[in-house]
Design a protein around this ligand. Structure first.
Ligand SMILES: [Zn+2]
Length: 288
């Protein structure tokens, strides 16, 4: 008898948690009466939507939306979705990175997307990006006889104004990198990112800069070929566009020019021209 009561109470608690006893709510968007189990609750805005209205939100951002969106954020999202639908449907990435999870960038149209596993990522616009980070997060550092190793994940975080979301995803799990010790006694270390990942970071950061120039009306499509900018960054050994500053640019140019000066090797004159052209290109990007 005792156990029957206990089990009955547990079942009642589960049903209560599922929302079976909750009084039917109205969908904030369409007004339809919805049963407790069929509603999607938005905690921050303290409202709920029916299944159909909640399904209009892309699965990739639903979790964030449920925890952070007000009803105005939802209606803004629907308006943005409609207004950018055609632009985003033209997404045709030319840069792709990752295995299971993928980061894809359409440098020409200023669009990007990151997919997680088999789930199709949302196509997002650089124009809506307010902050981002693409990097490697070390999780474990092993020091061995044959050299030190670091293991971690490559990840991307994006903060967008439309749709209003903050997303963080791992692009590659368990990436192993060789690490170099900096200094003799210090335990500081540095690691080299894989070339393919660096290419993706460069392309992404260039798109961010070009978008800023588009906004300011200083973008020149003819002189600013993304492929050329990428080559210039690689030549100056920058990992991303964010590292480019006036002073580091000058310093790096002098180092490269000295190393490849025609006096040292006549065949390097073409190389000096290349360095100067790359300098002009990058310098033009950071000038306001
Ligand atoms: Zn509804």
């Amino acid at each position: 008898m005792f156990w029957i009561i206990v089990i009955a109470i547990i079942i009642l608690i589960i049903l209560w948690k599922m929302g079976v006893f909750r009084k039917p709510d109205e969908c904030k968007n369409c007004g339809k009466t919805i049963k407790g189990t069929e509603q999607t609750v938005f905690l921050e805005g303290n409202f709920c939507l029916c299944k159909e209205c909640a399904a209009k939100i892309h699965p990739q951002i639903l979790k964030y939306a449920k925890e952070n969106w007000s009803y105005a954020d939802y209606t803004d999202y629907l308006a943005w979705e409609e207004a950018t639908k055609e632009e985003r449907s033209r997404f045709n990435p030319d840069v792709t990175y990752g295995l299971d999870n993928k980061l894809s960038i359409d440098t020409e149209r200023g669009l990007f997307s990151f997919s997680v596993g088999t789930e199709v990522g949302m196509v997002l616009r650089f124009a809506d990006l307010t902050d981002y980070e693409l990097n490697f997060k070390p999780e474990e550092v092993k020091e061995g006889l044959l050299g030190d190793k670091v293991k971690g994940n490559e990840f991307i975080t994006v903060d967008l104004s439309a749709p209003r979301v903050y997303l963080e995803e791992v692009i590659n799990y368990g990436v192993k990198l060789r690490l170099r010790k900096k200094g003799f006694l210090s335990t500081k270390y540095e690691y080299e990112l894989p070339d393919e990942f660096l290419e993706a970071i460069r392309a992404f950061t260039i798109c961010v800069y070009i978008e800023a120039q588009r906004r300011e009306g200083t973008y020149n499509q003819e002189s600013q070929n993304i492929g050329e900018i990428e080559k210039a960054l690689a030549l100056f050994m920058y990992d991303s566009m964010d590292e480019v500053t006036e002073s580091s640019l000058k310093q790096q140019r002098n180092t490269l020019i000295k190393a490849f000066h025609p006096d040292n090797n006549e065949s390097n004159e073409a190389y000096s021209q290349k360095i100067n052209a790359a300098y002009e290109l990058l310098s033009g990007m950071i000038k306001k």
